[in-house]
Design a protein around this ligand. Structure first.
Ligand SMILES: *Cc1c(COP(=O)(O)O)cnc(C)c1O
Length: 887
């Protein structure tokens, strides 16, 4: 609590806030207006509750309360008439439609709102129940949640899909078309954001008490258009239409301070008053997360920066209209955009402010919820576990320290003990360009209190190291949270490591690598037990049951029921059917049906016609040098060259192949964008070549997203996961593809290794150098030009001859290999990559063996369910238990 006794209000009345720090953009907050009444009331009300200690139970229930409870706890009926009523009610009363003005957009919205009614009811039940029994919760803090669509997912979870299909059919709509009206919630870049979405799905399905916390970006991941072969970014205005899947919480709002100065509180060692001159309000929006086959509904709480009260009426009245709204603009921009970078750190000031807004609101909310239990703060770690999804939410650590020291008046040691027992940290990368660091001067200016706390954390930590390893100056320099560069930098991964009780990597190889590289010194100082592995997983609900109905039906038939959807170990039963001829034919047919569906999607999005009888060879993921889409397209060029050299009869005997690419490049990542251009340039030439026809087609599917992935993943025969060994922490799309009966062509990297262990070496095509060999190759290539093997040279020659248009625009890509040190070792791996392609082709020609591989793969994928991952986190890091909701 603040010193004036109010919990919410800052030391300065909010609406008199004004920037005074030199060089800080003027936020144009209106001067001297009275504090809004609502804030005083809510602060006082909370204070009363806190003083009462017993929280909400203090009131004795009245008759109305009992009726209220009886009503709110009785499930809405599931019959067609009730569903139809509620859809029609929303059509007319929520969306003002008449029978003549219903279109599929409003059919979707009304259906979605009627589903949401059910979810919100269960949401209430779930959270009330968890409060009542005093369950410990996990809070998964992530700046990204790549959720995708919710409607179909919710229908499946509630087991109401057929009912809604029927009701929509009655009013003249196909469910599939209605589902297609929904826009993706794309609040993430790629794997890291999708992982967070899979994890909250698993929490809900497995009845674990827990929430995701994130930011509600007004513009999510940009939409990718391909114009003249180049990527063009367009804003993702996903909130332009009503969003049924969020619930605004104007009553859940916290002030977040920036800038200003510190005043030491006399008589205390570590207590400061932060006199800030800029305060923004973060307001909560809740996204219910349907749990499949359970009453439990999860939640993602997203913060949005509020602009109410920042309109300057005085400036408006004086005719300064831009000035009047300046404060609103400055506030809103904080949660306007997702930074569309993947595995890079940009060091932008706005990003740091975003991160802090997120962390401050989240920690205030967690502490407020905890305090309603009336327990002493020392018990916070018994009630809350906080997982940091990469370093982006690391400021949560100094923020909790600030709350405990300054607001709650705890001593340092107790505050630090509580903090480190609460937090755990997931590392997602070892790429140097992704390591999050912030210049000390920037941090000091924006978050002076946190900079002070970080200095103290570092001081106490280094004192401990010094005691343990006296006179090792090098160690102190290397392990310090503050990097002694000019200017100094805060190393966020080190802060996260020091402030957490567990640090985990996301695949076995990755967890080993971080112990030997970035956290090597920390292993020496803190011991090995702090560093654990939690191999990633994917949600079987979305990545099989929802995206692959044909194969799901087969699995259900073999298992005997749908229990595999929440217990993937049951898919092992497929192994018993691997020799059943009739079953194998249906398996193949399911894959072919998925390929036809993708062929339709490709035709609709690109105008390119592909044959579903060809081998579908897919690489869909963010475009990044380490993922080596360049190596893939170079091998396609080489293949094209070989086909052109052949006599027609020989060419006709070749295995037809469709090479599918999809993925976005960060807007400022020039090399990655040139790779997209090269792929499209090759596609244009190859697809138009009559001599080639269906033997080779190259497709770049634009605007990769969760929904696009749901079309692409079930249709692959092989998918490529070909990162330079040691660079892909885990990967998760490798898991999705294999779960859907596709085979991996990949390097010995990330989770490919564990997938190979599970499915067996017959079911995976490995190639390329190993992680421990990379350093030597890189060292050699720094000083020697690579000598490309003939195949690679052939591809270079073709580009340089202008086969794919203006050669000079692609020369920098060639130079990155020949002159740039070939950091990702394309020249090293290319020969074995070509060999692996040959092996794939040979195997695919033996259809019988191929079907066996496909069935066995799916049967052996249980480990890669996100349910397994979440159970490991719950048992080994969070210490939480599943509690199915009962009344
Ligand atoms: C799963 C997924 C990813 C992650 O793909 P990787 O190949 O593991 O990098 C990225 N984007 C989307 C839309 C996904 O669904």
């Amino acid at each position: 609590m603040n010193q004036d006794g109010s919990y919410f209000s800052s030391t300065i009345p909010l609406n008199t806030a004004k920037a005074t720090t030199p060089g800080v953009p003027e936020p144009n907050v209106p001067a001297a207006k009275p504090t809004p009444l609502k804030r005083v009331v809510s602060g006082a009300a909370l204070k009363e509750l806190l003083a009462g200690g017993a929280g909400y139970q203090a009131k004795t229930p009245t008759r109305e309360d009992t009726e209220f409870r009886a009503y709110s706890h009785s499930e809405i009926a599931r019959d067609a008439a009730t569903i139809k009523n509620s859809v029609v009610m929303h059509l007319t009363a929520t969306f003002l439609r008449t029978p003549a003005s219903i279109d599929s957009t409003h059919a979707y919205l009304a259906s979605a709102f009627s589903v949401r009614d059910r979810l919100l009811q269960r949401w209430n039940l779930t959270n009330e129940f968890h409060d009542r029994i005093g369950a410990k919760r996990v809070y998964y803090m992530s700046l990204e949640f790549l959720v995708g669509r919710t409607f179909d997912n919710a229908l499946l979870a509630l087991q109401l899909r057929d009912e809604y299909a029927g009701v929509l059919g009655d009013v003249g709509f196909r469910l599939e078309d209605v589902i297609d009206e929904e826009r993706d919630a794309a609040l993430g870049n790629g794997g890291l954001g999708r992982l967070a979405a899979c994890y909250v799905d698993s929490l809900a399905c497995m009845n674990y008490p827990g929430w995701g916390y994130g930011l509600r970006y007004r513009y999510g991941m940009f939409q990718q258009q391909i114009i003249n072969g180049y990527q063009v970014e367009a804003p993702d205005c996903w909130l332009d239409t009503p969003n049924p899947w969020e619930f605004p919480r104007p009553d859940v709002t916290y002030p977040v301070k920036f800038y200003g100065r510190l005043e030491h509180v006399p008589g205390s060692a570590h207590r400061y008053r932060w006199v800030s001159d800029v305060v923004y309000d973060a307001m909560a929006f809740d996204m219910p997360v349907p749990g499949y086959g359970t009453t439990n509904v999860g939640n993602i709480r997203l913060w949005s920066c509020k602009t109410n009260g920042l309109f300057d009426l005085n400036k408006f009245n004086a005719g300064d209209y831009a000035g009047a709204t300046g404060g609103q603009v400055a506030a809103q921009i904080l949660t306007d955009v997702l930074y569309p970078n993947d595995n890079t750190n940009e060091g932008k000031e706005l990003r740091l402010r975003q991160e802090y807004l997120f962390c401050s609101a989240t920690l205030q909310d967690i502490v407020a919820r905890f305090k309603r239990t009336g327990r002493p703060l020392s018990e916070l770690p018994d009630m809350a576990a906080i997982q940091l999804n990469d370093t982006h939410p690391t400021l949560g650590i100094p923020e909790l320290m600030r709350i405990l020291l300054d607001d709650e008046g705890l001593e340092w040691d107790e505050a630090w003990d509580i903090t480190t027992r609460t937090f755990a940290f997931t590392n997602h990368t070892v790429l140097p360009e992704a390591m999050e660091k912030w210049p000390v001067p920037m941090m000091d200016r924006i978050l002076p209190r946190h900079m002070g706390i970080i200095y103290d954390i570092n001081l106490f930590f280094l004192q401990r190291v010094e005691k343990q390893f006296p006179d090792d100056r090098g160690l102190l320099r290397d392990i310090s949270i503050i990097e002694e560069s000019s200017p100094q930098q805060v190393r966020m991964a080190f802060l996260a490591c020091v402030g957490s009780h567990r640090v985990n990597g996301v695949a076995a190889i990755h967890s080993d690598i971080i112990k030997q590289s970035i956290f090597k010194d920390f292993v020496r100082v803190m011991g090995e037990d702090k560093f654990v592995n939690k191999t990633n997983g994917v949600a079987p609900r979305r990545w099989m049951n929802e995206c692959n109905p044909a194969m799901s039906e087969l699995i259900t038939e073999v298992v005997g029921d749908r229990s595999w959807i929440n217990d993937l170990s049951k898919v092992r039963a497929l192994e018993a059917r691997v020799d059943d001829e009739a079953f194998r034919r249906r398996w193949w047919a399911a894959k072919q049906a998925n390929k036809r569906r993708l062929a339709d999607y490709i035709l609709a999005t690109t105008g390119i016609r592909v044959s579903p009888d060809a081998l579908f060879d897919v690489q869909a993921k963010r475009i990044h040098e380490y993922k080596r889409q360049l190596m893939n397209i170079l091998s396609v060029i080489y293949r094209y060259h070989r086909l052109k050299e052949m006599a027609p009869a020989e060419r006709a005997r070749e295995l037809p192949r469709v090479v599918v690419f999809a993925g976005k490049a960060a807007a400022g990542y020039w090399v990655a964008k040139q790779v997209i251009k090269l792929i499209n340039a090759v596609a244009e030439v190859v697809n138009a070549d009559d001599e080639i026809g269906d033997v080779l087609k190259v497709v770049f599917v634009p605007d990769y997203s969760v929904t696009a992935a749901e079309h692409i993943v079930p249709a692959s025969d092989i998918s490529q996961h070909i990162s330079t060994a040691g660079t892909e922490a885990s990967g998760t799309s490798n898991m999705k593809f294999v779960l859907n009966g596709g085979i991996i062509l990949g390097t010995v990297d990330g989770a490919n290794i564990e997938i190979g262990e599970e499915v067996g070496e017959e079911q995976i095509f490995f190639f390329g150098c190993l992680a421990h060999e990379v350093a030597d190759f890189r060292h050699y290539l720094r000083f020697h030009q690579p000598k490309p093997d003939p195949a690679l040279q052939t591809a270079f020659d073709m580009i340089q001859r202008g086969t794919f248009g203006d050669a000079h625009i692609f020369q920098p890509l060639i130079d990155s290999i020949l002159r740039g040190g070939d950091v990702y070792l394309l020249s090293v791996d290319f020969p074995s990559y070509i060999e692996a392609h040959k092996a794939v082709e040979e195997a695919y020609r033996h259809r019988d063996d191929w079907v066996t591989k496909s069935i066995l793969s799916v049967a052996r994928m249980a480990k890669f369910s996100s349910d397994r991952a979440i159970q490991e986190y719950a048992e080994e890091i969070w210490n939480i238990e599943p509690v199915p909701v009962v009344e």
